[in-house]
Design a protein around this ligand. Structure first.
Ligand SMILES: Nc1ncnc2c1ncn2[C@@H]1O[C@H](COP(=O)(O)OP(=O)(O)O)[C@@H](O)[C@H]1O
Ligand SMILES: [Mg+2]
Length: 259
């Protein structure tokens, strides 16, 4: 099993959208996928048309030998460990436990025979679950908005990645920085994209265009592959010289090179 964490300490950068979109596409393409929601908001479940549920709370109980993991089928080939507001007390319990940063790695090891890929959607915070997600991950994807703080945000995630590598035997690598809310009409977007490329070079993935369809889809409990699979956020946009850039289809193809 290959584990991919989707992380950025900043909120609203497209983490959950990217996690759900990636996980569902891989499932549609025949991979057996587990999607883990570590954010107290529980939006992974709602984006898939399911109820929020105490998946992380139950995970912590499982880690204390007090019960079983809560894994819910979401689509063909796609299961989720959901989250809800009980993730907050779960984090407090976890914070006082030994080996807390191994919780996700150990749970995924337990499930390794059942899945080909695990995707972890991180919360916009640096807490015990954020560390646990990076410890469990083989690959890290950092979605980032193209605003003037983008480089700072990515650097913060990379700093915690370096720290975790230094302190543990975990060896997650940066799969890529994923520019989101790409709007080729605005100058700021283009300037910030150049800045990102200057800072992170080949690690910068093709950008995801800004697309209202992506905002609408969760309201119907559908992923973009169900709601609007031909929209610009999937197929990308044509740039000045006539080539198509970005979109989740290209992103998924780049991820598959690592599976
Ligand atoms: N490329 C995009 N274009 C337009 N809206 C987007 C895009 N990506 C995400 N969104 C919307 O922006 C909001 C924040 O995205 P989300 O994935 O929840 O970010 P995060 O998980 O990083 O907080 C959501 O309402 C989502 O539907
Ligand atoms: Mg989120």
């Amino acid at each position: 099993m290959i584990t991919i964490a989707i992380a950025n300490q900043k909120g609203g950068t497209g983490k959950t959208t990217t996690a759900v979109t990636l996980a569902h596409r891989l499932a549609m393409d025949g991979y057996r996928v587990l999607l883990v929601d570590t954010d107290v908001q529980g939006h992974v479940a709602t984006a898939l048309g399911l109820d929020k549920a105490p998946g992380i709370y139950r995970l912590v109980q499982w880690y204390q030998n007090l019960g079983d993991l809560l894994v819910i089928p979401a689509r063909e080939n796609l299961d989720i460990i959901p989250s809800d507001k009980t993730t907050e007390p779960a984090k407090r319990i976890l914070a006082s436990m030994d080996f807390r940063e191994r919780i996700l790695a150990d749970a995924l090891e337990e499930l390794a025979e059942e899945y080909d890929v695990a995707v972890i959607d991180c919360a916009p915070s640096v807490d015990v679950l954020h560390v646990a997600a990076l410890v469990a991950a083989d690959w890290l994807v950092v979605p980032t908005k193209l605003d003037y703080l983008a480089v700072d945000g990515v650097n913060e995630v990379l700093a915690s990645l370096a720290e975790i590598k230094r302190r543990s035997s975990a060896t997650p690598d940066l799969l890529g920085v994923l520019p989101t809310f790409f709007d080729r009409q605005t100058n700021e977007t283009l300037v910030q994209l150049k800045t990102l490329v200057n800072a992170f070079g080949r690690h910068v993935l093709p950008p995801i265009p800004v697309d209202t369809r992506l905002r609408e889809a969760p309201a119907y409990g559908q992923t973009i592959w169900e709601y609007a699979p031909r929209s610009r956020s999937v197929v990308g946009v044509v740039n000045g010289n006539g080539t198509v850039v970005g979109g989740y289809a290209q992103f998924v193809a780049r991820v598959k090179e690592r599976l």
